[in-house]
Every structure is written in C-alpha cells, then in structure tokens.
Ligand binder design. Structure first.
Ligand SMILES: Cc1cc2nc3c(=O)[nH]c(=O)nc-3n(C[C@H](O)[C@H](O)[C@H](O)COP(=O)(O)OP(=O)(O)OC[C@H]3O[C@@H](n4cnc5c(N)ncnc54)[C@H](O)[C@@H]3O)c2cc1C
Ligand SMILES: *[C@@H]1O[C@H](CO)[C@@H](O)[C@H](O)[C@H]1NC(C)=O
Length: 502
C-alpha cells in the first residue's frame, strides 16, 4: 500500500516535471517567435557590430539581435591601443592641426599601393569627421588628443585624455549604451553571447531570410530575419586561412584573439561573395615574446609608440642596431627577418630611463607582465647572452645618442641614452618578434555596406558587412587608426541602409 502510493507520487512528480518542462520549452519558443519578427541580426560584437547595433536600436528604434560566439563582448576592437582617425574633426580644429579629407584620402591611397577600391577609401575619409563627432556627441567620448602615426601626413589619430586605451574606451562605452537600451526595452535589443553563426539563409528571390547559429547549449537555431550585418572581424588567428592565402606567414604568431578565425569570410565566400585582397596581411614588427611561454601563438603588441618615443632595436646576438626603427611596419619587419637570427626571428627592444618617464603607465604595465625588464646595460647584455663585448655595446649606445647623423637615417631621435651612457646606466629591455596583426582583405562591399557578388552586384537583399570582415577599404596596407574608423563609418552605413528600406 505504502509502496504503491509512493509509486503514484513518483509518477505524478514525473508528469508534473514533464508538464513544467514543456511549458518552459514553449515559453522559450514563444520568446523566439516574438523576437524573430523582424529584428536585424548583427553578427559580432566588436566596434563594427556595436556601432551598427547602436545606430539601429538607438537612432532608428529598429530591433536588433546581436550575436557573438565569444563569451564576452569586444573582439579585437577592445585591444586597440593607438586610436581612431578623423580629418577635420573638432579636436583637430581646437588643436589647430591642418587636415582635410582629401589629404587623408591621398595618404590612404598611397598606402594601399594600387590595391583595394578607391570609392570605399573616399567614403572612409570623407565620413571620418562625422564618425568622430558621432562618438563625441552620442556617447560623450572626449577623443581630445591626437597622434601622428606612420604613413599619415598629419596628426589625425584620436584618443581621449582619460588615458583609458582607445579600444577599451570605445567598446565599453558603446556596449554600455546598448545594454542600457536592452534593459529598458528587451524587445529592441537582445545580446546573445556564446552563439556562433554558421550560415545565412537566402531564398530563391535573393532575399535574406534567416541566420543559422549554434546556441550556448550546442543546439542549432534559426533566427528569421530579412537583414543581417556581418561584423565578425578578421582571420589573423586562423592557421588554415593563412596557409591558404599567404603561406609565408603561417609560422608567425599573432596579436589577434583566438576568435579571429575568418568565419564571416568563409560563410560569405560560400554564398558567392566577391573576395578581395585576401593575401594582403599586415605584419606588425613588434609583438612581445613572453619568456614564460615563448612558443605561444598569441603575443602582446609592443605599441608603435615605444619606437616612436625612442625605443631602438638590437640584434639579439651582436647587440647592434640594424634598422631605422621609425620606418614603416613592413620595412622594420623585413629588416628583422633579414638581419636577425633566422631560427627564431627575434630582436631586442631597448628603452632609456627618459623614455620610461615619458611613457610610464604603459611600460609599467609591460613590466608587470614580465615582457619588459629594468636593469643596467651590463645586466641586459648578460640577460640575453649577447656575444659582443660589453664595451662594444656601450659604445654603440653612445654613438646612437651623440652622432650628428643617424647610421640608419632615423628621422627623430628622442629620449636617447645620453652622452654619459655606460655599463651601469639603467635601461629597459624586452624581446620582440614580428606578428600577424590585421587582414586587409575580405568580402568586398559597396558604399552602402552591401556585400557584393563576383559580378559586382549586391549578393542578396539584406546582406551587409562592416569592419575587418569586409574588404576593399585599405588595399595592400592599412594605416594605423583606420580600422576603428572603418568600423564606425561602415557600421553606421549598414544601419542607415537598412533603415532606409525597413
Ligand atoms: C592589439 C591590437 C591593437 C590594435 N590597435 C588599433 C588601433 O589603435 N587603431 C585601429 O584603428 N585599429 C587597431 N587595431 C585593429 C582593430 O582593433 C581591429 O581590426 C578592429 O577593431 C576590428 O573590428 P571588428 O568589429 O571588425 O572585429 P572585432 O572587434 O574583431 O570583432 C569581431 C567579433 O565577431 C565575433 N565573431 C567572429 N565569428 C563569429 C561567428 N561565427 N558567430 C558569432 N560571432 C562571431 C568575434 O567573437 C568578435 O567578438 C588593433 C588590433 C589589435 C589586435
Ligand atoms: C523571398 O523572401 C521575400 C521576402 O520575405 C518574399 O517576398 C519572396 O516571395 C521570397 N521568395 C521565395 C522564392 O520564397
């Protein structure tokens, strides 16, 4: 008797659980239907995706579902350390820096070396002023400081005097705005992390109908939508894609996060997109080698500013300089590859005490990560087991600090080691190696951010791309600061195009 009533109880419990379970599933699918009515699906939560989502939801009140396969927001955008370009910005005006979109275009076209799509470059540069003012006015970002990076004719790379690194500041500010909208109006913005997009469904009349993704539980889901924006970033971390497009670079480590695997490029290519400049891959000469994990495929970027502010590069065995450290990224890289030991492709970066005091917060950070060490010249020579006599290394530093003309025509010698440099002088040193940094190519877009097919026509109605996944904006070489800019210009453009047809 007792036994059978227990059994009944067990049955009832099971039935109740099944019913509750069903309700949960039903509720979940109701919710799905509700949000899948007509939202725009944005794939990737870097700066391009955050820009497009903010513009859609906050300017146009168009509902958005933002998907990212990673467990956190920000992609490579969050790592950006120099800043974002703009010509004729209010910051340039108030700092009395002369510039124009035409001059910016000229620099961009020159750097592109005949590759890419000039009308896309023209749009990038002429919309740069409004991109900067949008960030300043809609989000309260200061962007009140300027730097002049390699290949630019003037100072036009913006960052804020807050000292928060630019990529982090942009991503955290734009994602905060989006999350706020999502909290106030969950139907307007949904952010789904751990959600990996694997395909886009296009119907026979060439209209986007849906997006297929794998949700956080591993199940495949379909979101119905007529508009999708790819903002999935580059492919610098994918050895398969490097092997396919530029096999010489397969052995190099990268500054890109592990999510940077070109998913968007692969999906779009399969759908029939025109791929452009895929073999144009930017190698940055200075990624830090972490001695605790020398073979790691991922490297911390040694910011360009380290060289700009006076850092020099030394051959790791002779302790001698071998290049004008301020030449372009590709020539510094080539010098390391040609003059330094072939087996490990590395050089020493050496910095003075006066550089340290100028760039303290950054160098302190590198030191906290054991990427840069402080010691005397003698300790540095011992540390790296440099084969030249200590005195020769000291004489080399003295010559660099006092010669009237630089051996390598370095145009700017600042924060040198001083005329009194000796074996006991304090220096800062680390090891660097060239790293895969940015992929210029991608799915070609037009000036409305529409993805094009191989006949140069829009591949499908409702199919857009913005940011590093797209191609044609930089040609053979991207200028520093133009990648964040491309995210804002073409992310906004994609949103505007959708709004005009919505
Ligand atoms: C260390 C470093 C410093 C840099 N400094 C600067 C700088 O100062 N100025 C500048 O202009 N540029 C800089 N760059 C370049 C710039 O940061 C990036 O190229 C740019 O931010 C790319 O933005 P994005 O939005 O296109 O892609 P990302 O920011 O990389 O975002 C792409 C997102 O898409 C997601 N994703 C990918 N595939 C899928 C999928 N299948 N499903 C769902 N989600 C997916 C990823 O998880 C990621 O979050 C730097 C880059 C690095 C690595
Ligand atoms: C494709 O989708 C569009 C928009 O939803 C619709 O108007 C059209 O009839 C569809 N075409 C086909 C062949 O299903």
């Amino acid at each position: 008797m007792v036994r059978s009533s227990r059994k009944i109880l067990l049955y009832l419990t099971v039935i109740a659980l099944v019913l509750i379970g069903r309700q949960i599933i039903q509720k979940k699918s109701n919710q799905m239907i509700k949000v899948t009515k007509q939202p725009v699906v944005v794939i990737g939560s870097g700066l391009a995706g955050l820009t497009a989502s903010n513009q859609l939801a906050n300017s146009y009140k168009i509902p958005v579902i933002l998907l990212d396969k990673a467990k956190s927001i920000g992609g490579n955008s969050i790592k950006a350390s120099s800043g974002i370009n703009g010509a004729l910005s209010t910051t340039q005006e108030s700092l009395k820096v002369k510039d124009s979109p035409e001059l910016f275009l000229e620099d961009t076209v020159k750097s592109a070396k005949g590759k890419g799509v000039e009308p896309l470059m023209k749009k990038l540069t002429s919309d740069s002023r409004s991109a900067i003012s949008w960030l300043q006015e809609s989000f309260g970002l200061k962007l009140d400081k300027l730097a002049q990076l390699g290949g630019h004719s003037t100072a036009r790379t913006h960052r804020s005097s807050t000292n928060i690194p630019p990529g982090y500041e942009l991503v955290s500010t734009l994602s905060k705005a989006l999350k706020k909208t999502s909290e106030e109006n969950p139907d307007l913005v949904q952010i789904l992390l751990n959600s990996k997009v694997i395909d886009v469904i296009i119907n026979k009349s060439g209209q986007v109908e849906g997006v297929k993704y794998i949700d956080e539980t591993g199940e495949t889901q379909i979101l119905q939508t007529s508009n999708v924006i790819f903002s999935t970033g580059g492919f610098g971390y994918s050895k398969d894609m490097l092997e396919k497009y530029n096999p010489d670079l397969v052995k190099l480590p990268t500054t890109n996060g592990e999510q940077t695997t070109g998913d968007g490029q692969n999906i779009l290519e399969k759908l029939g997109a025109k791929m452009i400049d895929m073999s144009e891959i930017q190698v940055h000469p200075t990624g830090f080698i972490d001695n605790a994990n020398r073979d790691s495929n991922w490297k911390f970027l040694a910011a360009e500013a380290l060289r700009g502010l006076g850092g020099i590069l030394l051959h790791p065995e002779t302790g001698k300089r071998f290049v004008n450290e301020l030449s372009t990224r590709d020539s510094v890289t080539a010098a390391i590859q040609n003059y330094c030991p072939k087996n490990d492709n590395r050089a020493i970066i050496l910095m003075s005490e006066s550089l340290y005091s100028n760039y303290k917060a950054n160098v302190d950070f590198y030191m906290s990560k054991n990427l840069v060490f402080k010691g005397t010249v003698k300790e540095m020579v011992d540390h790296y087991n440099i084969k030249s006599p200590l005195d020769a290394v000291v004489q080399g530093l003295k010559h660099y600090s006092t010669a009237s003309k630089d051996d390598f025509n370095r145009p700017l010698i600042v924060n040198s080691f001083g005329k009194d440099v000796n074996s006991n002088t304090i220096v800062y040193y680390g090891e660097i190696t060239p790293v895969v940094h940015f992929t210029m190519g991608g799915a070609q877009i037009d000036e409305h951010s529409q993805v094009l097919n191989t006949a140069n026509k829009p591949l499908a109605k409702g199919l857009y791309a913005a940011g590093e996944v797209s191609g044609g904006v930089h040609g053979a070489n991207r200028l520093g600061g133009s990648s964040l800019l491309e995210c804002v210009v073409y992310g906004r453009t994609a949103a505007n195009s959708i709004a005009s047809r919505y």
